[in-house]
Design a protein around this ligand. Structure first.
Ligand code: FE2
Ligand code: FE2
Length: 184
């Protein structure tokens, strides 16, 4: 039920604060601060980049261009590096400061930690699929099969990432609104 690949949302017992603070009221709440906005903006950026990567791959499959390889390399490298360091900051700084705020929500941080470990595997998978496309292109091949497989991986990655980001936001932001932003 808590598995990132099959989960459909936060389990009910972790939604006690999420029910009190629906997403539509987050930004207007007095405890919503700049760091929370910055953090949500990072999530938006990850959503944008994984969407752009799929658009680029679909465009290449439709109509191959010379520019695809360079764009794929640049954006995927940026995306995976930034995502990896984002998880590191959450694991080392954000989550330890948040976990003690509410014992009812604390088990949710184990769930998020499990997501980060699962996403590490998907990060490696996406890097491998990307490298297979780049290697084929570098050898002057059409890279159609590789790009097809990459698109499937990008689509799956987007699903897992969106699940993680949405659940993480619904766990963390209500905590901040209820108890105030922690000292980081
Ligand atoms: Fe996360
Ligand atoms: Fe995050």
């Amino acid at each position: 039920m808590n598995d990132l690949t099959t989960r459909t949302g936060l389990p009910e017992h972790l939604r006690v604060l999420a029910e009190l603070y629906p997403r539509t009221g987050w930004e207007s709440h007095g405890n919503f601060n700049d760091l929370t906005r910055f953090w949500l903006d990072r999530h938006l950026m990850f959503r944008d980049v994984i969407a752009k990567l799929q658009t680029e791959t679909m465009g290449f499959l439709d109509q191959p261009t010379d520019r695809y390889g360079a764009i794929l390399q640049r954006y995927t490298g940026f995306f995976l590096n930034q995502l990896h360091s984002h998880h590191g900051i959450e694991d080392q700084h954000y989550f330890p400061a948040l976990i003690a705020l509410d014992a009812r929500i604390a088990p949710g941080f184990e769930l998020l930690d499990g997501d980060h470990k699962a996403l590490d595997g998907h990060i490696n998978g996406l890097a491998e699929r990307t490298n297979a496309v780049l290697a084929a292109l570098n050898q002057g091949q059409a890279a159609k099969t590789e790009a097809d497989a990459l698109l499937t991986a990008q689509q799956a990655f987007e699903r897992f990432l969106n699940r993680h980001l949405s659940d993480e936001e619904e766990l963390v932001v209500p905590l901040i609104l209820e108890y105030g932003p922690p000292d980081l």
